[in-house]
Design a protein around this ligand. Structure first.
Ligand code: FEO
Length: 180
């Protein structure tokens, strides 16, 4: 059985991942409105990934015999001054996610909940990638700051990002994936 404290923190994070999806979807919609279709695509794919991150928690809580309780998802912002400001917001948000994931790992350790400790490892690694991705795009956007051409070139590049179903050990399986 899952310890109550762990069940509570995992439920909080489930909803926070859905909040992340909501933020990225709002960023996608705004970037699309600005005519930056490639950056909008990048954000939309990110929103899809965040939904799967949330579903990873959903599946794990249930598999441990816990009860999923969904929380209210706050309304995200709806506009950002530029693509750079949006991605800076994304990095700030990811740093917050990292601190929340680290708290889960610390609690799992304190509670000697080894299954959760094992499960959360994937998210710890994922956060390194999430922060690195946002930082890389911020740096690119800063380099392109005085060039409309460079911005459009980056926009075209970001249009190439395609959604790949994240495989989370102990979490949700990709549709059609073979059972382990
Ligand atoms: Fe699911 Fe971007 O953290």
């Amino acid at each position: 059985m899952i310890p109550k404290k762990i069940e509570a923190i995992l439920n909080d994070q489930l909803s926070f991942e859905l909040y992340s999806a909501y933020i990225y979807l709002a960023m996608a919609a705004h970037l699309k409105f600005m005519g930056l279709n490639g950056f909008a695509n990048w954000m939309k794919v990110q929103a899809q990934e965040e939904t799967v991150h949330g579903m990873g928690f959903y599946t794990f809580i249930i598999d441990r015999g816990g009860k999923v309780e969904l929380k209210a998802v706050p309304q995200p912002k709806s506009d950002w001054k530029s693509a750079l400001v949006a991605f800076e917001g994304a990095l700030e948000h990811e740093c917050l996610v990292t601190s929340r994931i680290n708290k889960i790992a610390a609690l799992a350790e304190a509670e000697k909940d080894f299954a959760t400790k094992n499960f959360i490892q994937w998210y710890i690694g994922e956060q390194v990638e999430e922060e690195a991705n946002a930082t890389e795009i911020i740096n690119e956007l800063k380099l392109a700051s005085n060039s409309r051409e460079a911005l459009l070139m980056l926009d075209r590049e970001k249009a190439m990002r395609a959604f790949v179903f994240p495989v989370i050990p102990g979490g949700l399986k990709a549709p059609g994936a073979a059972a382990p």
